[in-house]
Design a protein around this ligand. Structure first.
Ligand code: NDP
Length: 251
C-alpha cells in the first residue's frame, strides 16, 4: 500500500460481497476510511473486520438502497461518523438474465429499483458532501464512481432489461459529469465484463446453468477494484470518465 488516499472517506455500496467488497478493501489499503453499505450485516461485519485487522478504518451500515430514506440515512450516518465524504462508489446491483418474453415484471422492477433508483438516491444524498469535499477538503477534488458493465456498452439476447439499466447508468454518469466538472467532482463509469462474484447466483437455476456452461477465465473482483483505485488516485486535473475492462478471453 502506498497510502494515496490517506485522509479521505469513501462510501462503497454493495460492499458485502464481490466487486464492492474488493473495492472497499482496496480503498482501505490506500488509506481511505471506508463506509460499507448493503443489506447483509454479517457479511459487512466480516469485511470490516478484515480491514481493521490491517490497520484500516471501516464503518458498517445496513441499508436497502431501493428505499430512498434508507439511502439518505446511510450517507448521513457515514458523513457524521467519518467526518465527510470524498469518494462514493455506487456498486450495489442486481442482474437477472433470460429472454424478455419469459421474464416477470417483478424481475424488471427489482433491477430498476437497485441499479438505477438506488444509485440515484445514494448519489443525491452524497452530492452536497462530495461538492464540499472538492471545495474544502485536502485533495480539492472528489469522486463519484458508478459501476456499470460491458452490458452498459453493448447488449445481447437474454439481457435486454439488465442492459437497459446499465445503459442508464452510463447516461447518468455522463450527465452528472457535465453538471459537476466545474466543481471538481469527477464522475467515472467502471464497466466490467464477466467477473467471479455472487451476481449470477440470484438467477433461476436454468439461467445459472447456461452461464456456468461458458468456459472462460473471468475477471476477479480484485481486477475491477484496481480499476476503481486507478480512477480515484489520478491527480486533481485528470478525470477518468470510463474504464471498460473485459476478461481477455471474453468475445
Ligand atoms: P454481488 O451479487 O456479489 O454483489 C452485489 C452487491 O449489491 C451485494 O453487496 C449486495 O449486498 C448489494 N445489493 C444488492 N441489492 C441491494 C439493495 N437493495 N440495497 C443495498 N445493497 C444491495 O455481485 P457483483 O459484485 O458482481 O456486483 C456489483 C456490481 O458489479 C453490480 O452493479 C453489477 O451489475 C456489476 N457488474 C458485475 C459483473 C459480474 O460479472 N459480476 C459484470 C459487470 C458489472 P446485500 O445483498 O448484502 O444487500
Amino acid at each position: 500500500t502506498t497510502n494515496r488516499l490517506a485522509g479521505t472517506v469513501a462510501l462503497v455500496t454493495g460492499a458485502s460481497s464481490g466487486i464492492g467488497e474488493a473495492t472497499a478493501r482496496a480503498l482501505a489499503a490506500e488509506g481511505a476510511a471506508v463506509s460499507l453499505v448493503a443489506r447483509r450485516q454479517d457479511r459487512l461485519e466480516q469485511v470490516a473486520c478484515g480491514i481493521r485487522e490491517l490497520g484500516g478504518t471501516a464503518l458498517v451500515r445496513t441499508a436497502d438502497l431501493t428505499e430512498e430514506e434508507q439511502a439518505h440515512a446511510a450517507v448521513d450516518h457515514s458523513v457524521a461518523a467519518l467526518g465527510g465524504l470524498d469518494i462514493l462508489v455506487n456498486n450495489a446491483g442486481l442482474m437477472l438474465l433470460g429472454p424478455f418474453e419469459e421474464a416477470t415484471s417483478d424481475q424488471w422492477r427489482r433491477m430498476v429499483r437497485i441499479n438505477l433508483m438506488g444509485l440515484m438516491y445514494t448519489t443525491q444524498a452524497a452530492l452536497p458532501h462530495l461538492v464540499r469535499a472538492a471545495a474544502d477538503g485536502t485533495r480539492q477534488v472528489a469522486d463519484l464512481v458508478n459501476v456499470s458493465a460491458v452490458a452498459g456498452r453493448r447488449t445481447r439476447a437474454g439481457r435486454a432489461v439488465y442492459s437497459s439499466t446499465k445503459f442508464g447508468v452510463g447516461a447518468l454518469t455522463e450527465g452528472l459529469r457535465q453538471e459537476l466538472h466545474d466543481r471538481h467532482v469527477r464522475v467515472c463509469a467502471i464497466e466490467p465484463g464477466s467477473t467471479v462474484t455472487e451476481l449470477r447466483t440470484h438467477n433461476p437455476p436454468h439461467v445459472r446453468a447456461r452461464l456456468d456452461a461458458r468456459r472462460l477465465r473471468r475477471l476477479d473482483a480484485d481486477d475491477v477494484a484496481e480499476a476503481v483505485v486507478f480512477a480515484v488516485t489520478r491527480p486533481r486535473h485528470a478525470s477518468v470518465s470510463e474504464l471498460l475492462i473485459r476478461p481477455t478471453e471474453q468475445p
